[in-house]
Design a protein around this ligand. Structure first.
Ligand SMILES: *[C@@H]1O[C@H](CO)[C@@H](O)[C@H](O)[C@H]1NC(C)=O
Ligand SMILES: *[C@@H]1O[C@H](CO)[C@@H](O)[C@H](O)[C@H]1NC(C)=O
Ligand SMILES: *[C@@H]1O[C@H](CO)[C@@H](O)[C@H](O)[C@H]1NC(C)=O
Ligand SMILES: *[C@@H]1O[C@H](CO)[C@@H](O)[C@H](O)[C@H]1NC(C)=O
Ligand SMILES: *[C@@H]1O[C@H](CO)[C@@H](O)[C@H](O)[C@H]1NC(C)=O
Ligand SMILES: *[C@@H]1O[C@H](CO)[C@@H](O)[C@H](O)[C@H]1NC(C)=O
Ligand SMILES: *[C@@H]1O[C@H](CO)[C@@H](O)[C@H](O)[C@H]1NC(C)=O
Ligand SMILES: *[C@@H]1O[C@H](CO)[C@@H](O)[C@H](O)[C@H]1NC(C)=O
Length: 905
């Protein structure tokens, strides 16, 4: 009895719960069987998966992306869904079932491929639709004009498809439309004037199509518009004045069209404008002076590549929130203003390259993070704040490479009745410099000769005569480039230059057409740089392999054979540290092409610092570990060329831009067109050492400059210094500024004082005490590479070892170095090799540094450790400490070619 009673109670309670649960969820589950059927039909016609739309469960509650109201389907979002394997076999825009979802207000299929045209019935059957999102759906065909019947539509997204045909004028009836985005399609025809009826529009984007004609003046009535993007079409004529009525406008992008005329001053009324893009059109005239003063919200202004002229609008210098200004490639003129920084400093891009600006550089540019002033007529010295991230080429600036010629600058300034500073020189003294130099060397030579005596001179002449004669005998087969590689020439004589070699083994042979296709017919956009051995283009081979293609124009190239020498090199050497050559195209008579693998991280020059878009003034710089890795990689490459190839190969173009970096920052040496065999290797250096005539070891007997491994070592020293100090451009330059910089920098590198190196340390490096020792070690290696005397520079293989064991460089030497050095032969240990060359440099440091450190140096047994002839030279030098401080500055850092220095020793 009790049992039966309790069972009834239990069942009742259970029923109540079930009913309660049902009523709770009743509103959510799908109540229309027709709609359920329609969804199942849609599920199968689109090939959707059970994962998102599980077939047996309720669509409203359990299917992803289905939105229901009162048991009816009101929204479908299949954005980014994946299809079943079967659905993938024949994907189509097959959505007939949508017709039965009569309350559907939102359909979002973005990023879901439905190749095919938008059905005609869309506009007629989906009357409740408010949101239609078909972005990136591979939709093609024309936009049906019936879409104009979707009178409830608020958002229409059709961007990133393959839509063709015209923009139907019926779309102008979508009065509720707020977002209208047809960008990045293949639409043609004109921009329909009827669109001016879309009074609720906030976003109008029809960019990147093929639309032509004018901008309808009626657009001026779209009073709620905030975002207008018409860029990347073929629109012509001028900007309608009526656009100035768009008082809500935040972004106006008219770039990359064929718009012309001048910019209407009325646009100054667009007070809310933040981004103004007019670049790459045919605009001309000067910018009206009342255009910018009210546009105080501006963050981005792009006026580039038009025909603007006249004075640059000064007010742009002080627009408070400006982040990005590109006025490049116009004919703007003017000077930089004197204000130091009237606006908030901001990480910003500032490009006024290729205009007609002139005058001195002023502190105003401090405000910007990235600055391009190239291709103007700026004059005067380059102040400290303008170094670093500033492009300054093609101006009239002092002490800088690649500036305009004196005549060009002078005539520019004269045409404007301005005074040109003539690179800071007075005209009279211009030509006297080189004379002075040779005069000086004559005096030095004379005194040296006087000291050594006539007999010695005779001996030298005789020996040199014999030596040169011998060299001339051998050099015919040993000329630059004809004999390279680890293997000696294979028995036969190398072909004379000019005769076509068999390069079948050197990568693939590409056709000219393939080269054209890969580079987009040498599209300017693909030009990486005009290298000295040819123009470099980036490109893509069929199959998508990224490559770099060097175009060598034999008509304009001074070294017509360079490409053959390079091919020859690649046919004989191969090493993981050399940039991979994929092939060549030699079919044209006057143009040859070499195809290299693309290096994702560019070269050291461009990747040492990368712009970050985040906070103020900050550049992302390579961390120390990566820098050390790059140094070691480059040393490996050079060590291979110097020590594993017979005869030794000299790179001759060692600088940061020759050190290419793959995706993992592994070094691949590039710029190999200058590589040549070291001149008269062993024989010459012996004579050189005997006669102590360092100049002949840097200047090859055949007249090839810098064809010695020691020259590479010197240049590599500068690269190492760049890594330590972050000062770009040192390794690519030999001008006086660089020399002065070196003179100021090297005294901060001392084997006795670690802390000194922090004076020159790249401020962007974050470094703890341990790493500082490595930095110190690299600096020491750099300094020994920069020894003025080529014969005292360490060999590349010792440099490599030192970089691989940086702590040994500083710790061993510091504690027990002297003992070690005394017991090792001068070439037996890399340490000794490195510090053999260091001795000289460190005595120079002592000459300028304080007395205590000189005392340390004197007490050290470095001096005793050296052997042979170099030792006596060292002693002589050491004795001259006090007097050597006078000649110190010009003695420490000459270019390795410098003849005087050698004789002085
Ligand atoms: C649409 O569906 C995707 C995938 O389920 C989801 O990530 C996204 O948030 C949905 N978007 C909207 C607007 O509901
Ligand atoms: C769906 O709509 C079409 C046309 O409106 C109609 O012929 C068909 O019967 C409907 N399907 C269902 C399941 O109601
Ligand atoms: C459609 O879905 C995508 C992905 O979830 C979303 O980013 C987008 O905003 C949606 N479209 C609309 C109009 O809401
Ligand atoms: C669609 O709009 C056109 C005008 O553009 C109109 O003539 C036609 O009657 C409309 N069709 C429907 C079914 O409302
Ligand atoms: C904007 O849309 C509303 C309905 O949302 C409509 O009543 C109004 O007429 C539209 N405005 C214009 C200027 O078309
Ligand atoms: C305008 O559209 C183009 C191409 O669709 C795009 O690259 C550009 O960033 C857009 N402009 C703005 C200001 O968003
Ligand atoms: C600048 O002016 C010169 C000379 O008038 C003209 O040749 C050149 O095309 C102009 N450059 C631009 C970008 O308009
Ligand atoms: C800037 O100031 C310097 C003196 O400090 C002056 O010689 C120069 O003319 C000024 N330049 C401008 C553009 O005002």
């Amino acid at each position: 009895m009790v049992d039966r009673y309790s069972r009834v109670v239990f069942i009742t309670v259970a029923l109540i719960f079930i009913l309660f649960d049902y009523t709770l969820s009743q509103q959510q589950i799908l109540i229309s069987w027709q709609e359920r059927l329609a969804l199942l039909q849609l599920r199968s016609s689109l090939g959707l998966r059970s994962r998102e739309w599980p077939i047996k469960s309720d669509p409203c509650t359990l299917w992803a992306g289905i939105q229901c109201t009162n048991g009816r389907v009101t929204g479908i979002n299949i954005s980014g869904f994946r299809r079943t394997r079967r659905g993938n076999q024949n994907p189509q825009f097959s959505v007939d079932a949508l017709q039965n979802l009569t309350l559907l207000s939102s359909f979002n299929a973005s990023n879901f491929a439905v190749p095919g045209p938008i059905p005609e019935w869309f506009g007629l059957q989906l009357g409740s639709l408010q949101v239609l999102d078909l972005r990136s759906c591979l939709v093609n065909g024309a936009i049906p004009s019936t879409l104009g019947n979707l009178s409830s539509l608020v958002e229409l997204h059709l961007s990133d498809n393959n839509l063709t045909g015209v923009v139907p004028s019926s779309l102008g009836q979508l009065f509720r439309l707020s977002v209208f985005d047809l960008s990045r399609n293949l639409l043609t025809g004109v921009v329909p004037a009827t669109l001016d009826g879309l009074g609720n529009l906030t976003v109008l984007d029809i960019s990147s199509n093929f639309l032509s004609g004018e901008i309808p003046s009626g657009f001026g009535s779209l009073s709620r518009l905030q975002f207008l993007n018409l860029s990347g079409n073929s629109l012509s004529s001028s900007i309608p004045v009526q656009l100035s009525n768009l008082s809500s406008l935040v972004e106006l992008d008219l770039g990359f069209n064929s718009l012309s005329g001048s910019v209407p001053p009325e646009l100054g009324a667009l007070r809310n404008l933040q981004r103004l893009i007019l670049g790459n059109n045919l605009f001309s005239g000067s910018l009206p002076s009342n255009l910018f003063p009210n546009l105080t919200q501006l963050q981005l202004v792009d006026l580039s590549h038009n025909g603007f002229n006249g004075d640059f609008p000064d007010v742009l210098w002080s627009t408070p929130s400006l982040q990005f200004l590109d006025a490049s490639m116009n004919n703007f003129t003017g000077t930089l203003p004197n204000v130091s920084s009237s606006a908030n400093a901001a990480i910003a891009v500032f490009n006024i390259s290729r205009n007609l600006f002139y005058g001195n550089l002023t502190p105003v540019i401090r405000r910007f993070g990235f600055i391009d002033l190239s291709g103007n007529y700026f004059e005067g010295p380059v102040p400290v704040y303008a170094r670093g991230n500033t492009s300054l080429g093609g101006n009239c600036l002092r002490n800088l490479n690649s500036q305009r010629s004196r005549t060009e600058c002078a005539s520019f300034y004269a045409d404007r009745n301005l005074v040109f500073d003539n690179f800071g020189e007075r005209n009279v003294t211009q030509n006297s410099k080189p004379n002075k130099k040779s005069h000086k060397s004559v005096i030095i030579l004379a005194s040296v000769l006087g000291g050594v005596g006539l007999i010695a001179l005779l001996v030298i002449i005789i020996v040199m005569f014999i030596y040169c004669k011998r060299r001339r005998g051998t050099s015919t087969t040993n000329q630059r480039g004809t004999v390279v590689g680890p293997v000696p020439p294979r028995g036969e004589n190398p072909p004379p230059p000019g005769v076509s070699l068999n390069f079948a083994s050197v990568g693939d042979s590409f056709t000219y057409q393939q080269i054209l296709d890969a580079t987009g017919e040498f599209n300017d956009a693909n030009l990486i740089k005009n290298g000295h051995s040819g123009d470099l283009f980036s490109g893509k081979l069929e199959g998508g392999i990224a490559v770099v293609i060097k175009r060598i124009d034999l008509n304009s190239s001074a070294k017509r054979e360079a490409y053959m020498l390079e091919l020859d090199l690649f046919s004989k050497v191969s090493h993981a540290r050399l940039v991979p050559l994929l092939g060549h195209c030699l079919e044209n008579e006057n143009e040859k092409f070499l195809v290299y693998k693309y290096m994702p991280n560019g070269d050291l020059c461009s990747s040492l610092f990368k712009k970050t878009s985040s906070d103020d003034d900050s550049l992302q710089s390579l961390d120390w570990i990566t820098r050390l890795k790059i140094a070691i990689g480059a040393a490996e490459g050079l060590s291979y060329l110097h020590h594993e190839c017979t005869p030794p190969l000299v790179h001759r173009d060692v600088q940061a831009s020759s050190i290419l970096l793959d995706d993992k920052y592994e070094v691949r040496l590039g710029s190999l067109s200058e590589v040549c065999a070291q001149e008269g290797e062993t024989h010459q250096s012996r004579i050189t050492r005997l006669l102590r005539l360092p100049q002949t070891s840097d200047q090859g007997a055949s007249g090839t400059p810098n064809a010695t491994c020691a020259y590479d070592v010197y240049c590599f020293g500068k690269v190492l210094l760049e890594l330590v100090t972050g000062k770009l451009g040192i390794s690519s330059s030999t001008d006086t500024t660089t020399k002065e910089w070196l003179e100021a920098t090297l005294p901060n590198i001392s084997i006795y004082d670690k802390e000194l190196v922090t004076n020159i340390l790249d401020p962007s490096l974050v470094i703890d005490e341990d790493l500082l020792e490595e930095v110190w070690a690299m600096a020491i290696v750099a300094r020994s590479c920069l020894n003025p005397k080529p014969t005292r520079r360490p060999l590349m293989r010792y440099i490599l070892k030192a970089l691989e064991n940086p702590l040994k460089v500083v710790r061993d030497e510091h504690t027990s170095g002297s003992a070690r050095l005394r017991t090792t032969s001068s070439r037996g240990s890399w340490n000794a090799a490195l510090f053999g060359s260091w001795r000289h440099s460190s005595s120079d440091v002592a000459a300028t540094s304080s007395a205590p450190s000189r005392k340390v140096e004197g007490a050290s047994s470095f001096k005793q450790s050296k052997t042979g002839s170099s030792g006596s030279g060292e002693n002589g030098h050491g004795n001259g400490h006090s007097s050597s401080s006078r000649r110190h500055s010009n003695e420490i850092f000459p270019e390795p070619l410098d003849v005087e220095r050698g004789n002085e020793d």
